[in-house]
Design a protein around this ligand. Structure first.
Ligand SMILES: Cc1cc2nc3c(=O)[nH]c(=O)nc-3n(C[C@H](O)[C@H](O)[C@H](O)COP(=O)(O)OP(=O)(O)OC[C@H]3O[C@@H](n4cnc5c(N)ncnc54)[C@H](O)[C@@H]3O)c2cc1C
Length: 546
């Protein structure tokens, strides 16, 4: 950790000096499954970057940066093709400037001027969007990236009510630090936690890995304050309200189209005194889904449930058991006794809170799991997963260095549809790759479970063509096929990554023409010139290849 420089890298994920090279067992597994050799995707040198100057903008207040690398940093989010474009120097468009307003007065004035001059404004939190949400699109409209970095930190704490108000640009660690000092937590841990921000979480309807216990951001937000070109909009925190439809829920997932969020009041809880994640193996994917469903329905007090399918389990065990002969032999023996040829599906289940409550929740879960013929593996796999959970994203860059592209996609559906949905998405991805005579291994897991269904998360790999345009085209084909398949199988367009620009062509399939009209009218009421995030949420243009 000492070599880690907390400066975010320009052409990849995370912070300079941090990395997560693929474990040898994972690399061997990938080489077995991908057709042919993989050639490293080279990294250019962004520091030599000389872009054309930004177009002339009207006079704007506050800090206006036209510095090349600042504009490059704010040109793209952190989806797979963003990484490909950033590392190969093929980013098609940059913002004309990056603005960092210092306060609400400056923010309001920027929006009023941009509205009058028809300059597009893309709010920027941590820039971790994986749906093209912060990407600058090429075209005649001048564009600025509006970085919320100066709206930062804990602004107010209502201890009696458990309400903490944060500036929208506050990243995950700076949310938890002041709360921890007061014995509190928000408990919102998306995998992008180290970089993503309060405003971004609200704007995308994000979900943390412990959403079973703490809730997704949609249940953590009590109040929110925005500024739109039409003026400020404040939705004060209330525990509940029947004052018409809940407009906070309209802001959640609005992806910048309804205004720039500058602060949010969040529901916080007592910091847990104890937390533990344990592991178990379930005989099959359908037995695992049934066990998770039972655990959630039983309201067993768990705060985390994550079930890997057989393939993800196989890879996980291969990596986890590499060099651990005794553990591997014990597992083989158990499988023999069970008459099973394969290990089945790995479940991580965790609880947090007072030590007695944690012990009670884990014991209750263990008893349900026994009824589902699970083999309990103890706390080791959970400990390793917790230790590495924010390091896993670095693997994407390390695999591109070896010529392998890896991406993820996610959805959610009622329990009754999850198995068919898994098969449909896997078939769509593998069939698309087969048409190029390539292979595309697909791993899946269920996380974020609810009484009526759960979120399905897929990780897929393919050999990355050396030509960045071909790499982007291939990814776009995979993404289109998977999205069509998941919608046809009854899944939602997104459980937590949001819509951004990349999912926008399919939004109407889910919410209907009327739903779209409601959103368009709301956006027009707050932003009559349509300058805010013009490519996100409501623009149906297919931008997957940009
Ligand atoms: C490796 C990796 C792991 C991830 N893991 C998760 C996960 O576990 N759970 C999850 O939910 N997501 C995850 N994501 C997706 C992403 O981190 C989330 O969408 C996150 O909420 C984005 O936050 P951000 O601050 O980076 O927003 P940005 O990427 O900066 O912006 C996202 C969108 O919100 C808008 N926006 C940002 N700030 C504001 C604001 N203040 N006001 C109005 N609009 C705004 C932007 O214009 C854009 O449309 C992951 C992404 C990566 C790259």
């Amino acid at each position: 950790m000492s070599a880690v420089n907390r400066e975010p890298v320009l052409d990849g994920w995370g912070f300079a000096g941090e990395s997560f090279p693929p474990p040898a067992a994972l690399w061997a597994w990938l080489q077995e499954r991908l057709e042919g050799p993989c050639e490293p995707l080279p990294r250019w040198r962004p520091h030599r970057f000389r872009p054309p100057a930004g177009r002339r903008l009207p006079k704007l207040p506050g800090e206006v940066s036209t510095e090349a690398l600042d504009r490059l940093r704010h040109a793209r989010g952190r989806g797979l093709t963003d990484l490909v474009r950033l590392r190969t120097g093929t980013v098609p468009a940059l913002p004309d400037a990056v603005l960092r307003p210092a306060d609400v007065a400056e923010l309001s004035s920027i929006l009023a001027i941009c509205s009058q001059a028809q300059v597009g404004v893309v709010p920027w939190g941590g820039g971790t969007s994986v749906t093209g949400g912060v990407n600058i699109t090429a075209g005649p409209q001048k564009m600025i990236s509006l970085d919320l970095a100066r709206f930062r930190g804990l602004l107010e704490l209502d201890d009696a009510s458990g309400l903490a108000t944060f500036g929208a640009g506050t990243p995950g660690p700076e949310v938890e630090r002041p709360l921890a000092a007061r014995g509190l937590t928000l408990g919102h841990y998306p995998q992008s936690w180290e970089l993503s921000t309060v405003g971004g979480w609200v704007a995308t309807r994000a979900s943390g890995q412990e959403s079973l216990g703490y809730g997704g951001i949609e249940s953590l937000v009590a109040g929110v304050d925005l500024v739109a070109p039409r003026g400020g909009w404040s939705l004060a925190p209330q525990p509940a309200s029947a004052a018409g439809p809940d407009l906070r829920q309209l802001v959640l997932g609005s992806e910048g189209r309804l205004g720039v969020i500058h602060r949010a009041t969040l529901r916080v809880s007592a910091r847990p005194q104890a937390a533990e994640v344990r592991a178990a193996l379930l005989p099959s994917w359908s037995a695992g889904i049934e066990a998770v469903r039972t655990l959630v329905r039983a309201r067993s007090g768990l705060h985390l449930l994550r079930l890997s399918d057989e393939l993800e389990t196989g890879v996980g065990l291969r990596v986890g058991l590499a060099g651990r002969r005794l553990a591997a032999a014990l597992l083989r023996r158990w499988l023999l006794v069970r008459g099973a040829g394969a290990p089945g599906c790995l479940l991580l289940y965790g609880a947090a809170g007072r030590p007695r409550r944690v012990r009670g929740a884990l014991a209750a879960a263990a008893s349900v799991l026994r009824d589902h013929r699970a083999l309990r593996l103890g706390a080791g796999p959970g400990r390793r997963w917790l230790a590495d959970r924010f390091r896993h994203p670095y693997l994407r860059d390390a695999l591109l260095d070896r010529g392998v592209a890896v991406d993820t996609l996610e959805t959610a559906a009622p329990w009754s549809r999850l198995e068919d949905l898994t098969a449909a998405v896997r078939t769509a991805l593998t069939a698309t790759a087969a048409a190029w005579s390539e292979r595309c291994p697909v791993l899946a897991h269920v996380s974020h479970p609810y009484p009526d269904g759960g979120s399905l998360y897929f990780t897929f790999f393919f050999r990355c063509p050396l030509d960045p345009e071909q790499a982007v085209e291939r990814w776009a084909e995979l993404k289109r096929a998977a999205t069509r398949a998941l919608l046809a199988a009854g899944g939602t367009l997104s459980h937590h990554h949001g819509v951004g620009a990349w999912h926008a062509p399919w939004l109407e399939d889910e919410i209907g023409r009327s739903g779209r009209t409601v959103l368009e009218r709301a956006a027009a009421a707050l932003d009559p010139d349509g300058i805010l995030s013009p490519a996100a949420l409501l623009d149906p243009t297919d931008r997957l290849e940009e």
